[in-house]
Design a protein around this ligand. Structure first.
Ligand code: UDP
Length: 344
């Protein structure tokens, strides 16, 4: 049987690379498009080692409309696009909002124009729980009001979802699924691929693992006075391999035409909130390493508590996160040890 071709933008990035592995394992042909500003070509070796085949790769910055159009003109046999390529640091987006709007929105416009021009009518979009802003109630349901985003990054995700929604109304046949991720962490079980932040990490888990590995002196815990059980902020951490699996389920739903609306939205979380201190405790238990930390003031743009209601994804996608917080912190540590060549 001929393999179905899927274009994965941002496929050498953290979530993208894990999804590419899952797609290859499920028999899809994969073409990666990435501008490599936040990832490296070595990731292709890791993917090949795990999946036993190497995806095609095109270096392309999708802000460039001409090159994006030229690329898509050669890919008219693709059945779908999974769009990960975007800038993703909340804090950086506060400092450089226009860079975020230019990158995330221009590339989305260019992508959607090329897809519709060439009749590629299935899209999976990498969205985020940041579109919910500071929610009034948790767990957050997809039907919850989408509040104003607290950062330019979050707003780009919201505007991209709006663009897709509008296009779904105007373009007969166009279908999309937007997956709103909560906090993906961990690495592939093989530790051939994982998260590789450039410079000082912004996110909690890479900061914890780098502190344990001795690269950072101490972890700063942002905020100890939230109205949460231990005073630190609560998030819904989810294993990146569970996130990858959800993309394959979503793709199969698109391709089998079983969608209920032109644009469907699903939360990808575990449904369980964990505080920063709980994450540190889990990490220390699973790694056997101490993480020196100090509680400091709140970080701008942070919300106190977010975790997902997952029943819609469970029912409609037939998907459920399988891995626990301990699995995630253990996996992040094994990956850090592999990268730093430390004994586990
Ligand atoms: N956090 C922290 N210290 C750090 C990085 C993050 O205390 O060095 C906290 C952050 O304030 C938030 C949680 O860890 O409550 C998760 O932050 P992350 O940046 O990983 O993800 P976000 O939820 O902001 O997307």
């Amino acid at each position: 049987m001929e393999r179905k071709k899927v274009i994965v933008t941002g496929g050498t990035g953290f979530i993208g690379s894990h999804t590419v592995v899952s797609l290859l394992e499920q028999g899809f042909e994969v073409v990666i498009v990435d501008n490599l500003i936040n990832s490296s070509l070595d990731v292709l070796d890791g993917i090949e080692k795990i999946a036993g085949s190497r995806p095609d790769f095109f270096e392309l910055d999708m802000q460039d409309s001409t090159r994006t159009a030229e690329f898509f003109a050669t890919q008219t046999d693709a059945v779908a696009v999974i769009h990960f390529a975007a800038l993703k640091a909340v804090g950086e987006s506060m400092k450089k909002p226009l860079m975020y709007y230019r990158n995330n929105l221009f590339s989305m416009v260019n992508l959607l124009e090329s897809m519709t021009r060439h009749g590629i009518f299935n899209l999976i979009f990498s969205s985020s729980c940041t579109v919910y802003g500071d929610p009034d109630v948790v767990p957050i349901r997809e039907s919850n009001e989408v509040k104003p985003a607290l950062s330019p990054y979050g707003n780009t995700k919201k505007v991209c979802e709006d663009m897709i929604q509008n296009l779904g109304r105007s373009e007969e046949g166009f279908h999309a699924i937007s997956l709103r991720y909560f906090n993906p962490i961990g690495a592939h079980d093989s530790v051939e691929i994982g998260e590789l932040p450039i410079g000082v990490p912004n996110n909690l888990l890479p900061y914890i693992t780098q502190t344990a590995a001795g690269l950072r002196e101490e972890l700063l815990v942002f905020g100890g006075d939230y109205d949460t059980p231990d005073g630190t902020a609560v998030r819904d951490y989810i294993h990146v391999m569970d996130v990858a699996d959800a993309h394959v389920k979503a793709l199969n739903r698109l391709l089998s035409g079983t969608q209920k609306k032109r644009l469907e939205v699903f939360n990808l979380g575990t449904g369980k909130g964990s505080s920063v201190l709980e994450v540190i405790q889990s990490f220390e238990k699973m790694s056997g390493c101490k993480v020196p930390f100090r509680i400091v003031g709140r970080r701008e743009g942070d919300v106190p508590e977010v975790y997902a209601a997952t029943d819609l994804a469970n029912q409609e996608l037939g998907w459920q996160a399988k891995r626990s917080l301990d699995d995630m912190t253990a996996s992040s540590w094994r990956w850090e040890c592999r990268v730093r060549q430390l004994e586990v």
